[in-house]
Write a protein that binds this ligand. Structure first.
Ligand code: UGA
Length: 441
């Protein structure tokens, strides 16, 4: 089938590549000419495991093309995805200017029937807005071309996006017109093997499904962080509690890891946007407000543990920081907890030696050159001359360090573990002091 995708960010690029991989003929459009040229030459703008060889192979096979020519791309596809960004507006609601600009372009260039699909995470009601914009443009041209607007939210996780896309646990399709649902079912048939993964519904339910999923996951994390804060105060270990509750299948083990707070481009933005949507409809979403507030506070937790240990004086200390990305297997630092920690450390007069396997360039872009930050090439280099170690991102390579070596290297012999990667007893046996999240014992 012929597919057009607007936006070559995470969602658009991964979706387009996976659709090409199963044999569809895909054209991706982006307004960023440099990005498009790069992609046509095999340069992938993001770090995502497995993506690069797939882009190159499908591009070479002629099934995946990149262009800035929106008009021609619209002629190409009978399924046209909108996968452009929806950054938060000043008040936290999703800014639809890019989505609606694409809708206008589609309305100005559509020449035959098509299903337009909202893939970006957009507030409930957006499909109706997209429909109205396209209809107005068609009317201005005196055209009466048949089109439908469907919602097909994505559930990709950064760092695992290709896998999530190739082996989805569900494919949510929201459309009012049964023919649109059929068209999207055909498109996704290669991904719908072994058991039924397609969940068809009306457009608004599909739009809300996406927000509800992210809000639920964010709620699990904030809930566990709240339990961790209680555990600390009552002398319990949240890691025992996590095992104790996760074994109940109604609760489950996944997404109940306490830590230094959630980050990324999705949870913070989507929780806020859903809260605003609710408010616009006259409802105060108290759980969502609390989820956000707990997370905002949690991002300071690691720093607070340090301040307690150092009795309020971190001036002149050098802290080794392992992990800058908001989670492992990505170079993305949007809303990352590391940013809060670094800002607080600098404010307190400390210096930072940081190491992240992928986010070094991103960190340089964000922080620029500063005297109180050294971006290191290895985890070991970050430790040189440091007083303490703070672990912020749970990259696999940080999981089993040589604690004896750490003890010999860290001047103040202390570890602050923002992801509860280590066993306190094991660390302490090496003569190091250990602080984790929610591990009051
Ligand atoms: C999230 C969702 O997991 C995807 O299903 C969704 O498609 C995506 O948002 C989106 O809306 O596009 P992502 O932002 O890539 O994916 O990251 P996650 O793996 O969900 O992690 C989010 C944050 O939560 C990270 O900072 C992570 O460290 C934190 N986290 C996760 C915890 O603190 N505890 C946990 O138990 C799990």
């Amino acid at each position: 089938m012929r597919v057009t995708i607007f936006g070559t960010g995470y969602v658009g690029l991964v979706t387009g590549t996976c659709l090409a991989e199963v044999g569809h003929d895909v054209v991706c459009v982006d307004i960023d000419a440099a990005k498009v040229e790069g992609l046509n030459n095999g340069i992938i703008p993001i770090y995502e495991p497995g993506l690069e060889p797939m882009v190159k192979a499908n591009h070479a096979a002629g099934r995946l093309n990149f262009t800035t020519d929106a008009a021609r791309a619209i002629q190409h596809g009978n399924t046209i995805f909108i996968a452009v960004g929806t950054p938060p507006d000043e008040d936290g609601s999703a800014d639809l200017k890019y989505v609606l600009a694409v809708a206008r372009t589609i309305g100005q260039n559509l020449s035959r029937p098509a299903v337009i699909v909202d893939k970006s995470t957009v507030p409930v009601g957006t499909a109706d807005k997209v429909r109205a914009v396209i209809a107005a443009e068609l009317a201005a041209r005196g055209e009466n071309i048949e089109f439908d607007v469907a919602s097909n939210p994505e559930f990709l996780k950064e760092g695992d996006a290709v896998n999530d896309c190739m082996r989805p646990d569900r494919i949510v399709i929201g459309a009012g017109n049964p023919a649109s649902i059929e068209q999207l079912k055909r498109l996704y048939a290669p991904f719908n093997r072994n058991h039924e993964r397609i969940v068809a519904m009306d457009v608004r339910s599909a739009e809300l499904t996406k927000y509800a999923a992210n809000a639920m996951l964010a709620t699990k994390i904030s809930f566990m962080n709240e339990m961790a804060n209680i555990a600390e105060r009552v002398g319990a270990d949240i890691e025992h509690v996590r095992h104790g509750i996760g074994s109940d299948p109604r609760i489950g083990y996944s997404f109940i890891y306490p830590g230094a707070g959630y980050g990324g481009s999705c949870f913070p933005k989507d929780v806020q946007a859903l809260e605003r949507t609710a408010r616009q409809h006259g409802y105060v979403a108290q759980i969502l407000e609390a989820v956000e507030a707990v997370n905002g506070r949690q991002k300071h937790r690691l720093f607070e543990l340090m301040m307690d240990h150092y009795e309020g004086d971190l001036a002149g200390k050098t802290v080794a920081v392992w992990g800058l990305a908001f989670k492992p297997n990505t170079d993305d630092m949007r809303e990352a907890s590391s940013r809060t920690l670094l800002a607080r450390l600098w404010e307190a007069g400390a210096r930072v030696r940081a190491y992240d396997p992928e986010a070094r360039d991103e960190a340089r872009r964000i922080f620029g050159e500063r005297d109180d930050l050294l971006l290191c090439d290895t985890a070991r280099q970050a430790l040189e001359g440091a007083h303490a170690l703070a672990v912020v991102t749970e990259w696999k390579q940080f999981r089993s360090p040589d604690f004896n070596r750490l003890e010999a290297t860290l001047a103040d012999k202390v570890i602050f573990d923002g992801r509860n990667l280590y066993e306190p007893h094991e660390v302490e046996q090496s003569g190091l002091a250990y602080y984790g999240i929610g591990r009051g014992r």
